[in-house]
Design a protein around this ligand. Structure first.
Ligand SMILES: Cc1cc2nc3c(=O)[nH]c(=O)nc-3n(C[C@H](O)[C@H](O)[C@H](O)COP(=O)(O)OP(=O)(O)OC[C@H]3O[C@@H](n4cnc5c(N)ncnc54)[C@H](O)[C@@H]3O)c2cc1C
Length: 614
């Protein structure tokens, strides 16, 4: 089935390409392989390196091969390149952490790949003489330490080389079989929500129940963002009594985690999926990455999507959009006013877990690992390395995000090496066996991010507002977390002064967590893109106020507030700002309704709004 699809896709793309080039060259995106084996799809860095890619995240054990079949149009000798990078070299350590080999038509090409170049590049893999027809391409991981493959390029053309420019928009221009082709229309919606974390879920579910047609776009295969089983952050923030019933929907999707991180099932990915699936008004674009926009003047007209596993391009048009990406990508692309703290932000975490086995569990030491001892990191007690394994404080939060994630992996593997092979924290082993039976059980390769950019609304909430308990007429979502900002941990940073990877939280208890402080609605829409809402860590706040609003139950409630405001916009044919200026009592009326309240259509909702006293 997969093979047929891939071949027909290549054939379709070939029709669009110049005939000679189509016959000579072919690109195969690794994430579109029919079988991924133990390789995982990584969609975190598409904006900077151009594509989803396959990563061999085996915690030091080589993962099972990935393979696919491709249709070779004409027999001949093909030169083969693979797009990859050497991540340990990119961090200034010895290279080759993630080496792999590749075979074409059952024969290994050349030697080891993935070593020696710290940037994403096309590495020459060798040549293969291939008959016309179907042939198999396979990737063999050699290390289990995060080797990565973006794409494979085959050509039998004299002097032909793979394209140099590889960002997503460049790939669309390649016109080579296997590269992304034309955009298909995937529908028109009242509200397009991009990002399926707690903010996106709250917005999509609440708007759908108000009678809006909603598109929910999420670039992973699971919903929940940092609160999913991929990242395993437990949702915090209290849900105190409020005149507005924004918490109901959050209770429907919240995790059952007893710790963070904890076993995958406690993050209830399935429950979140079921709640969304039950909403007939939601069209879910799971595994779709929003990569760009079409504008209509200052407004967003549509979002362009890449279906990760097929490479299909689609567009979803909408009356209103909600940026729930965390990073503020949608606002950024739309030209929305925004701010970013240049240096000294909160970083990214890749948490991990370990367990004790009866049998000895070897862990391979590698030359690229940091020579750590107990001064460099705290003991991962109770079998997990928690939120404070955090780095990237001074890295660019988008352009250098892959480097930050990789530094987290390197530091974590190095710490585990110190425990397993260099007697660090020997006395702390609960089994009293010097950690001989200790085994890495899980490590997130999807990083949890905390701070990227803030989109600016008509109010930019600050800590001064919060400290002064400033009352806004549109205060709606209760934030209860303290003002909690992270800095490199002064103790462990002494051992790793250049690139700290352990953080310390500085809490300022500015809010009564049983009562909460109401975030104004005007923080939830863009001040200069007229049809853009936002819910999540990218709303209109200063970085100090981000310290409190960024926990996920609070963010889920922001989503609910946005979903209901979007329904007012639809019913009253107005924009997000008008909801505050002209329809505040109406939106408050909706916010007071239980989460389960439904309207069958916008017309029915309008009739209800007509009953609200002005
Ligand atoms: C290690 C760690 C510990 C934390 N501790 C806590 C805690 O204990 N409790 C708590 O409540 N909060 C905690 N936080 C904060 C909290 O996790 C974040 O602030 C929160 O997840 C932000 O929610 P969000 O919906 O804005 O973004 P996210 O949770 O990041 O969700 C956004 C989703 O959008 C997707 N996306 C992004 N771009 C696109 C695109 N272009 N197209 C399609 N999809 C896209 C992403 O893949 C992601 O799944 C912690 C954060 C970290 C990293």
């Amino acid at each position: 089935m997969m093979k047929t699809r891939l071949i027909s896709w290549i054939a379709m793309a070939a029709m669009a390409a110049p005939a000679a080039q189509a016959a000579e060259s072919l690109v195969i995106e690794a994430e579109q392989f029919a079988t991924h084996g133990g390789w995982q799809i990584d969609t975190q860095f598409i904006e900077t390196m151009g594509s989803p890619y396959l990563i061999a995240h085996g915690l030091g054990n080589p993962v099972a091969d990935a393979s696919t079949e491709v249709e070779i149009a004409e027999a001949g000798t093909y030169k083969v390149w693979v797009r990859t990078m050497d991540w340990s070299e990119s961090l200034g350590r010895e290279g080759g952490a993630g080496r792999f080999t590749m075979s074409v038509g059952g024969k290994q090409l050349g030697g080891e790949l993935g070593k020696g170049d710290s940037k994403w590049h096309w590495e020459e893999a060798g040549t293969a003489t291939l008959p016309a027809g179907s042939t198999t391409i396979a990737l063999k991981d050699l290390t289990g330490f995060n080797g990565r493959v973006d794409a494979i390029f085959l050509s039998r053309g004299e002097g032909v080389k793979p394209p140099e420019k590889c960002l997503l928009e460049d790939r669309i221009a390649w016109k080579i079989p296997g590269a992304p082709g034309s955009i298909e229309d995937a529908g028109n919606f009242d509200l397009v929500v991009i990002g399926g974390g707690y903010g996106g879920l709250g917005a999509a579910i609440s708007a759908a129940r108000m009678g809006c047609k909603v598109a929910l776009v999420q670039n992973r295969e699971v919903l929940g963002g940092n609160g999913s089983s991929e990242v395993r952050v437990w949702a915090k923030g209290n849900l105190p009594p409020s005149e507005f019933l924004m918490a109901d929907i959050v209770r429907e999707i919240e995790d059952q985690a007893k710790a963070s991180p904890a076993p995958a099932e406690q993050f209830v990915d399935d429950k979140k999926a079921q709640v969304v699936a039950a909403e007939k008004n939601i069209t879910l674009f799971l595994g779709h990455h929003g990569y760009g926009l079409e504008m209509r003047g200052k407004e967003i007209a549509s979002a362009k999507l890449l279906e990760v596993k097929t490479g299909k391009l689609k567009k979803v048009s909408g009356t209103f959009f909600a940026d729930c990406t965390g990073h503020a990508f949608i606002g950024q692309w739309a030209g929305a006013d925004l701010t970013m703290t240049e240096k000294g932000r909160m970083g990214m975490s890749n948490m991990w877990m370990w367990k004790s086995e009866a049998e000895p569990q070897p862990f391979r030491e590698e030359p690229w690992m940091l020579p750590l001892d107990e001064k460099g990191f705290p003991y991962p007690q109770r079998g997990h390395a928690e939120w404070f394994w955090e780095s990237g404080f001074n890295n660019h939060p988008i352009h250098e995000l892959e480097k930050t994630r990789d530094w987290n992996l390197l530091a974590s593997f190095s710490a585990w090496n110190a425990i397993k092979n260099h007697s660090a924290y020997t006395a702390r082993d609960p089994e009293k066996k010097g950690h001989s039976g200790a085994k890495l059980d899980w490590m997130a390769y999807v990083g949890g991010t905390r701070e990227t950019q803030q989109l600016l609304g008509d109010v930019i909430l600050s800590d001064t507002d919060i400290d002064g308990k400033k009352a806004f007429p549109d205060g709606c979502v209760l934030t209860t977390w303290s003002i909690d900002l992270h800095v490199p941990h002064p103790v462990y940073t002494k051992a790793n002064p250049d690139r700290p990877f352990i953080a310390k939280a500085i809490h300022r208890h500015a809010i009564d967590n049983k009562i909460g402080y109401p975030i104004p609605y005007r923080c939830l829409y863009s001040r200069n893109v007229p049809n853009l809402f936002m819910a999540g860590r990218n709303i209109s706040v200063t970085r100090e106020a981000l310290g409190t609003i960024r926990v996920m139950k609070t963010i889920g409630m922001m989503g609910v507030a946005v979903g209901r405001a979007a329904a007012i916009c639809k019913a009253r044919n107005c924009g997000p700002r008008d909801v505050y200026e002209k329809h505040l009592e109406e939106v408050k009326h909706l916010w007071r309704m239980p989460g389960a309240k439904r309207f069958t259509s916008i017309e029915e909702l309008s009739k209800e709004l007509d009953t609200v006293a002005k």
